[in-house]
Design a protein around this ligand. Structure first.
Ligand SMILES: Nc1nc2c([nH]c(=O)n2[C@H]2C[C@H](O)[C@@H](COP(=O)(O)OP(=O)(O)OP(=O)(O)O)O2)c(=O)[nH]1
Length: 131
């Protein structure tokens, strides 16, 4: 079964928000773009804005869809669907994650990412370089 997951590349002041999964989550302690599983009847962007509010207490607007990534993990497969998002309002309150960082593009490669995120980081960096 393919589990569809959306994730948000939230931009503000030239940095992007990344979150570290907690010890008790799957992919424990790895870094990710916040988001989560699409629920029945939900669009990708509805899922994303719901998850970002639930997990971080932030209001964001998805602005650009990047290329989805299929990733097989030992017991399940996900399709991770990334969106660049603009921060609107809210102060971060972590509901599930261990911590978060606002990182410059130059530092994005220094984190221990969930495997599915590696192609997304690469695509995102390549887009910024061509601007
Ligand atoms: N939200 C998010 N999940 C990601 C990313 N990269 C990646 O491999 N994943 C995986 C981790 C999880 O297995 C799944 C997303 O599930 P989730 O964020 O709803 O996690 P969850 O804690 O509800 O999942 P579970 O432990 O209940 O199975 O996708 C990412 O950048 N963002």
């Amino acid at each position: 079964m393919l589990i569809k997951v959306t994730c948000a590349i939230i931009e503000q002041f030239g940095r992007v928000l990344i979150t570290q999964r907690s010890e008790t989550m799957t992919q424990a302690l790895l870094w990710e773009f916040p988001g989560g599983k699409i629920e029945e009847g939900e669009t990708e962007t509805e899922c994303l804005t719901r998850e970002i509010t639930e997990e971080l207490n932030l209001i964001v607007t998805p602005t650009q869809r990047l290329t989805p990534v299929q990733q097989q993990y030992p017991t399940y497969t996900i399709e991770l669907i990334p969106y660049i998002c603009q921060y609107n309002r809210g102060t971060i309150q972590l509901a599930e994650h261990k911590t978060y960082h606002w990182v410059t593009l130059a530092d994005l490669n220094d984190y221990a990412w969930c495997p599915a995120d590696l192609p997304i980081v690469k695509e995102y960096l390549s887009l910024q370089l061509t601007v």
